[in-house]
Design a protein around this ligand. Sequence first.
Ligand code: PHE
Length: 356
Amino acid sequence: MATTVSDLKTRADEAVREIAAAADDAALEVARVRYLSRKDGLITAATKELATLAAADRPAYGQAVNEAKRRIEAALEGRQAALRSATIDRSLGESVDLTLPPRRVRLARMHPISRTIREITRVLATLGFEAVEGPEVEWDYYNFEALNIPRDHPARDKFNTLWIQSPLGDDPDRPMLLRTHTSPMQIRVMEQRQPPVRVVVPGRCYRFEATDATHESLFHQYEGLAIDEQLTMADLKGVLYSFARQLFGGERKVKFRPDYFPFTEPSAEIAFDCFVCDGAGVTNTGRCATCGGSGWIEAAGCGMVHPDALRRVGYDTSRYQGFAFGGGVERLAMLLTGTPDIRLFHENDMRYLESV
Ligand code: PHE
């Protein structure tokens, strides 16, 4: 069946209409095969017919075949591009939902205990104290013996100790433990330095303790130590005044109450007047919850470094003396952040940690 030039044009018009109406890539592929397939597409069939025509008719017919091929190709390309951009438009419309609340950005923040340690060391740095750290696994010697607490001393009862089993085998003469306070660093620092010494030692301590709102078996202490010529209790008091005022503000008062520690003589417990009720023990809502109504907040143990300890590290006690103080970081952090229970610090409940 001979195909005429006008037949061909009609077929091409149909093809272009069909392609323009293709709903998706699959329909487009069906059309491409029907019209452009090399095996039995419309254009291939029409080209074959060229040979059956009279020589005079060939140029016009050949031109018409080329024209039909070009139009069909252009239609396929156009429809393909249109389908692609429709797909993109659709997916854009889906993902950009401006009514969705944005994802919350979570900023990291410093843990209240770390913040308190930084605050303590910052304040003491203004008074000339250098921050140093020491080991948490400690020899009995530094934790007790060198601090005038020998094997059978009753002061050991105060420090419920967690003992360490050494993987290398235990030496009964050199027991190992988790330090129960930061005071062992008094000895370690004095062993390594000559006076004048002024250090503050923050760090973790451990006691075998039943847990309650104010006790945990893991806690933190800070230890202050100053050794020089002519240091007295007045210097200790001056440092703690400044410490209390920089931490808790205003005109904080400092009170010494006699106490006992084997490694200081004399020893005292230091208390600040309460920064919430200004020492009155009451607020306008009743008994002050922060100080429990006493007007005072016990903050630390302190005293003049015992001459035994100075001698033990080889200091000349006729020339040097010094003072030491040490207290709980959690206690200060509870006061500074209004945290009612020490366990909140290490429970890792983000609702609490993000609120202080
Ligand atoms: N280390 C003592 C304690 O934990 C406190 C203290 C430190 C006392 C320094 C005197 C001097 O109880």
